[in-house]
Design a protein around this ligand. Structure first.
Ligand code: ZN
Length: 475
């Protein structure tokens, strides 16, 4: 009790306090500590309690959301009984990664965030994947704000969205939450999607904003999508922050939170695998962390029936679609993890070559996730063979670079599957050739980076390969 009493009177976020509470992970022990704090509160003051519930990088995994909703609603109800406040935040990268996301372009995910009364969302690099117009539509359909203090319109210099939002859950309590997006977003999504926007460095933006927020509010929280390293730098360099809630890295459960200058810097694992919980005590303008906990969405967690009912039509419409037969395989088309020169690899490369009219088609063997059996090919099969959301592009390079690509990759583990390039073909090293490939390779391969993209199809490779099979009927 002595330490608890001291903590209420004592210095703002003294390190021994955070050390004391860093050990608290379980809900049961958290409640015990809170009982002690509430007892002390009646003696000295009336500190308030805020629970932040958060997750990030959902990437279209709507099959997980009924579980998230169940936990969120359960904790909110528990908190309400105790007079504690709860805020729900999403840390960016809502879309891209599943057939549901590809089909509805964010509509399913926004429907879910509206249903759980999400309070604010950061803007992730992948949230631009379906184009700026689609992101704006998704934001307009949201019942919560998407916030970013460091994204500006290139023309006119206006902020792209609201920089922050202030919550006022009680007469004497104001909580500011400001958004920060990754400054490298133009190279982390298709650059054409963000050509009209400018992304500033987060730290100076936050340093400029904080004095105003500190004057107006009791608590200041950064909701970011920039990765743990940048979040830690933010906590180190921006005075007065009370918590950093992040996204982007797809962290493992054991790396959920870092303690930086006694404040929590937290990011959950991706794909709706877990819900993060950070508990803060607020006494006037004094804020301290009481504990944090990662709640994993395993089979023991129930589904929220209302959210299940809302989301099931999205999920089942896609599962019906995944059963659609798009063609027939005359023979088995195996493709193992370290396969080289498979017929399936050649066919996928050929579909890109034909679609773009390039001289050659090229696909990395590792990007082909499995083979096909003899018989009917379904849309679901294609989604599993080409599970990564890659866009097809046409790149122009010299014959010398094509030669380098062929030689370099025949030695490395990331083998290239070609179409239109025979093993004994002699190329003119000075002549320019075009290669149809995926945007990932165009951005990652040193040989392709020396060339330039002459066509961006803006179409996913799985769609292009599906169209090819539909055209051929039998492969
Ligand atoms: Zn990201």
């Amino acid at each position: 009790m002595i330490t608890t009493n001291l903590s209420l009177r004592g210095a703002h976020r003294a390190t021994w306090q955070s050390h004391l509470f860093r050990c608290i992970h379980g809900i049961a022990s958290l409640s015990l500590a809170m009982t002690a704090l509430l007892y002390a509160a009646t003696v000295y003051a009336e500190p308030q309690h805020l629970t932040i519930l958060h997750f990030n990088d959902l990437h279209g995994h709507v099959e997980q959301v009924a579980k998230l909703a169940y936990e969120i609603n359960k904790i909110k109800a528990e908190n309400e009984k105790k007079g504690w406040f709860t805020l729900v935040f999403f840390g960016g990268d809502l879309i891209s990664g599943t057939p549901v996301s590809a089909k509805y372009k964010g509509e399913a995910e926004i429907t879910f965030l509206n249903a759980i009364h999400n309070d604010a969302s950061a803007i992730g690099n992948h949230d631009f994947d379906q184009g700026l117009d689609k992101l704006v539509t998704n934001m307009n359909n949201s019942k919560f704000p998407h916030i970013a203090a460091n994204i500006y319109e290139r023309k006119g210099g206006k902020l792209f969205v609201k920089p922050y939002i202030i919550f006022n859950p009680a007469h004497s309590l104001k909580i500011a939450v400001f958004g920060l997006s990754h400054p490298g977003t133009p190279s982390l999504t298709n650059p054409t999607n963000v050509a009209t926007l400018k992304f500033d460095q987060p730290i100076p933006v936050a340093q400029k904003l904080m004095p105003k927020l500190e004057k107006e509010t009791n608590v200041q929280i950064a909701l970011t999508h920039e990765g743990v390293k940048k979040d830690i730098e933010l906590a180190e360099n921006v005075k007065g922050l009370d918590a950093v809630i992040g996204g982007h890295d797809h962290v493992k459960a054991e790396n959920y939170c870092n303690e930086v200058k006694s404040i929590p810097v937290c990011q959950t694992p991706p794909n709706g695998e877990a819900l993060g919980r950070v508990d803060l005590e607020i006494d006037g303008n004094k804020v301290k962390e009481l504990g944090h906990e990662l709640i994993v969405m395993n089979s023991a967690v129930e589904n929220d029936p209302a959210v299940s009912a809302i989301m099931n039509p999205f999920i089942s419409s896609v599962s019906k679609e995944m059963k659609e037969v798009v063609g027939f395989a005359n023979e088995a088309l195996p493709h193992e993890r370290d396969a080289r020169g498979t017929r399936l690899g050649e066919l996928i490369s050929r579909s890109m070559k034909e679609y773009t009219g390039a001289d050659f088609g090229m696909m990395n063997s590792g990007g082909i996730r499995r083979g096909l059996k003899r018989g009917n090919i379904t849309r679901g099969d294609i989604e599993e063979v080409l599970a990564l959301p890659n866009i097809v592009v046409k790149v122009e390079v010299t014959g010398a670079e094509v030669e380098n690509l062929r030689n370099h990759h025949s030695e490395s583990s990331s083998y290239m599957e070609w179409s239109g390039l025979l093993a004994d073909a002699v190329l003119d090293p000075h002549k320019r050739y075009t290669i149809a490939t995926i945007d990932f390779l165009a951005n990652a391969s040193p040989e392709l980076k020396k060339g330039h993209v002459v066509q961006d199809t803006k179409k996913y490779i799985n769609d292009i390969f599906t169209e090819y099979i539909k055209r051929e009927k039998k492969i």
